[in-house]
Write a protein that binds this ligand. Structure first.
Ligand code: SF4
Length: 409
């Protein structure tokens, strides 16, 4: 990559030369995405939050559904957080949904109608909105200029302007370069959309398609990127994300115990099947303390894998003898924990891993313990407080295949 500490005048010269070709290319190649059909700040805000660290392809399945249920900021503000999380389920990074809900509450305080922020700084003062998201919402909803630096635009900027990893005050350089597109620019919103589109469709992380790039003749990194190959001549790719191991415990009879993810952790507030981090447990091993104290492993009934943005997780699903089934309301549950039958579990706001396990248990892909017991303590609607142990049934003697890893769409 060409080293450059060039200041804003060099940046402005480059972006000024590149802008006409960039906009022409965008006009001809832009994808018709639902959030590009409107300048409504609510719709743009929701889309920008959904798109944080998530691909367009993944968001497409959620955006219209979410807006169908929460068509205005008032609908979002007045909804229960648990319902908002339900409509977010599967999209990941659930803190975004919590922040969206909190921010909606702030914006909806005015009964006459939301007073939308009128500057990047005002957008940034809302929960969960950083500088780049604030710039994108402001720019796309007003067609005024504001620089952005989401993952796609950051990559385009690093490469196009030749800003290397070791340059001093790198972030400041990247923001300066991104901001240079705003000079005498008649189409600020389209420019930001074009930069995002370029990063999402051509200037890809591992293998940029420079041959189709509208600004290739000006790009300061093009030559070096294509020289970056390993000794076999293949393009250098990413290292696999680290793998974390966990166990999930499924009682051999009766309902399952679901526990909430702890505050401040990834997927906070969603429920997971009771378990803990562990490289694995063998039959006969007994679990230690807390609400799981005294549970003894009978056998492994399957494994699931899940890919997060920064790590992979493999969960060993174990059938256990659980001496302390939910027999009384005093059962020591972590706050928010609940016993739930397999039958009802699909209605809970579950983590992706928990949903895979529940689905495998229900479909018979895993050996199915008798988990069809009635709902018990800790339950919500539809059967709250029902007691009783289920009648034991025959096991489903299926093999124990692993549920494969699913790439994030
Ligand atoms: S020429 Fe290649 S590396 Fe440079 S901006 Fe275009 S796609 Fe990215």
């Amino acid at each position: 990559m060409s080293h450059s500490d060039a200041g804003t005048s060099d940046d402005a010269a480059l972006s000024g030369n590149a802008l006409p070709a960039l906009l022409r290319w965008y006009e001809a190649n832009r994808r018709d995405l639902p959030w590009r059909r409107s300048r409504d700040p609510y719709r743009i805000w929701v889309s920008e939050v959904m798109l944080q660290q998530t691909t367009v392809r993944a968001v497409l399945g959620y955006y219209e559904r979410f807006l169908g249920r929460f068509p205005s900021v008032f609908d979002l503000a007045s909804a229960e957080l648990s319902e908002v999380l339900r409509f977010w389920e599967g999209l990941g990074y659930y803190q975004r949904a919590r922040n969206l809900h909190r921010a909606a509450g702030i914006l909806a305080e005015n009964p006459a109608g939301p007073i939308w922020p009128s500057s990047v700084e005002q957008w940034q003062s809302l929960p969960g909105i950083g500088r780049s998201t604030a710039g994108a919402i402001h720019s796309l909803s007003t067609n005024l200029w504001a620089p952005i630096l989401d993952a796609n635009v950051r990559r385009v900027t690093e490469r196009l302007f030749g800003i290397p990893p070791d340059v001093p005050v790198r972030d400041r350089r990247l923001w300066e370069a991104s901001n240079s597109w705003g000079r005498e620019n008649p189409r600020p919103a389209d420019t930001n959309q074009a930069l995002m589109e370029l990063g999402a469709t051509l200037c890809l992380p591992a293998a940029p398609s420079c041959e189709g790039c509208p600004v290739a003749s000006l790009c300061k990194s093009r030559t070096e990127i294509h020289a970056a190959k390993d000794p076999q001549g293949k393009k250098v790719g990413r290292k696999p994300a680290p793998l974390r191991m966990r166990v999930a415990l499924v009682p051999s009879s009766g309902p399952l115990l679901f526990e909430p993810r702890l505050e401040g952790r990834l997927l906070e507030g969603l429920l997971e099947i009771a378990g803990f981090s562990s490289p694995g447990l063998a039959p006969g091993e007994t679990v230690g303390e807390g609400s799981l104290g005294g549970w003894t492993v009978v056998e492994e009934i399957g494994r699931v894998r899940h890919v997060y943005s920064h790590f992979r997780e493999e969960v060993q699903v174990l059938k256990v003898e659980a001496p302390r089934l939910p027999g009384s309301p005093e059962e020591a549950l972590r706050e928010g924990g609940r016993w739930e039958s397999l039958e009802w579990a699909g209605r809970l706001a579950l983590t992706g891993v928990a949903r895979k396990i529940v689905s495998a248990l229900r479909s018979g892909a895993f050996r199915v313990p008798d988990t069809a017991g009635k709902r018990a303590f800790g339950a919500g609607k539809n059967g709250e407080g029902e007691k009783g142990r289920p009648v034991r049934k025959d096991r489903n003697p299926l093999p124990f295949p692993s549920i494969p890893e699913r790439d994030r769409p």
